[in-house]
Design a protein around this ligand. Structure first.
Ligand code: PEP
Ligand code: MG
Length: 321
């Protein structure tokens, strides 16, 4: 089995009927790159930069960040690297930030909310990213976007830092795509509006599921409500993908669901363009997609959208798996 999978390392990912999708990897540090390359990822769909900030007692400097981003971008060469800006808060804490204790940290001061408030932190990261942008194929992604105003503000800050660097005669790539994570239901609901302004979406199902079902992703007691295949989630995913395609944009997914063998037939059918997962899941996902017919999966997904429960959806998928 392992040998059979290895044969697929350099293959493109195409369905049986010839539709290409991109299989990318999620990484936390540059040290994950070896696994990414050995497993034949077509890019990096999520670089969780918060690990640069964790396990230490002060902020990483612009220079430290620049070195990390440069390494990832240059090793991935022309393959796309989607770097997510700092997503701290929720379950991830930074002791040296002295954040106030909150009743509901997952609904609190985190990610882009913190970055727009403490702009020095955000601007330092953006500068490091922009400086590294000439080393490879960089895309920038903002986490936990809830409103279009947050996106506009974050993008404006990015443009300001770009302009400053250009004034300082620092080279910056001019084709950097800027996208958002769709992990808050309000953003999925407004996907058509967002699609006119962002370059891409990446659906963060780990959070999208918890916020849609109002079920804490860390709580065992309510874990029965954590339902990736619930038609409510599938409908949101469809809405986001359709909205992006209408504007000629692409949609990826970087939550756990993207590498899940039960979800993959449905996501292919819904028209997902990029699947980003842990490197060790990539070859299995590639083999699975090669054996699926996209036209048939579109019909399967349509049926799934009209199911009443997650159980019905699972039963449906099991017939083709
Ligand atoms: C997600 O929410 O699906 C996601 C990919 O981000 P994280 O798991 O880092 O919150
Ligand atoms: Mg998330």
């Amino acid at each position: 089995d392992k040998e059979e999978l290895k044969q697929l390392v350099n293959d493109k990912t195409e369905s049986k009927d010839g539709v290409h999708v991109e299989l990318a990897a999620n990484i936390g540090t540059p040290n994950d790159l070896e696994g990414v390359i050995n497993n034949g990822a077509e890019g990096i769909g999520l670089y969780r930069t918060e690990f640069l900030y964790m396990g230490r007692d002060s902020m990483p400097t612009e220079e430290e960040q620049y070195e990390a981003y440069k390494r990832v971008l240059s090793e991935m060469k022309d393959k796309r690297v989607v770097v997510r800006t700092l997503d701290i808060g929720g379950d991830k804490e930074l002791p040296y930030l002295n954040l106030p204790h909150e009743m509901n940290p997952f609904l609190g001061y985190r990610a882009i909310r913190l970055c727009l408030d403490q702009q020095d932190i955000f601007r330092t990261q953006l500068r490091a990213l922009l400086r590294a942008s000439t080393e490879g194929h960089l895309s920038i992604m903002f986490p936990m976007i809830a409103t279009i105003n947050e996106f506009r503000e974050a993008k404006a800050i990015l443009e300001e830092e770009k302009a400053k660097l250009k004034d300082e005669k620092v080279k910056v790539a001019d084709d950097i795509e800027v996208g958002i994570m769709v992990e808050i239901p309000s953003t999925a609901a407004m996907a058509d509006i967002f699609a006119k302004e962002v370059d891409f979406f990446s659906i963060g199902t780990n959070d999208l599921i918890q916020y849609t079902m109002a079920a804490d992703r860390m709580s065992e007691r309510v874990s029965y409500l954590y339902q990736p295949y619930n038609p409510a989630i599938l409908r949101l995913v469809k809405q986001v993908i359709d909205a992006s395609h209408k504007e000629g944009k692409w949609t990826g997914m970087c939550g756990e669901m993207a590498g899940d063998t039960t979800a993959i037939p449905l996501l292919l059918g819904l028209g997902l363009d990029e699947f980003s997962m842990s490197a060790t899941s990539i070859l299995k996902a590639r083999r699975q997609i090669k054996n699926l017919n996209k036209v048939e999966m579109t019909k399967l997904a349509e049926q799934a959208l009209n199911c009443a429960t997650q159980e019905e959806v699972i039963e449906l998928v099991n017939q083709v798996r």
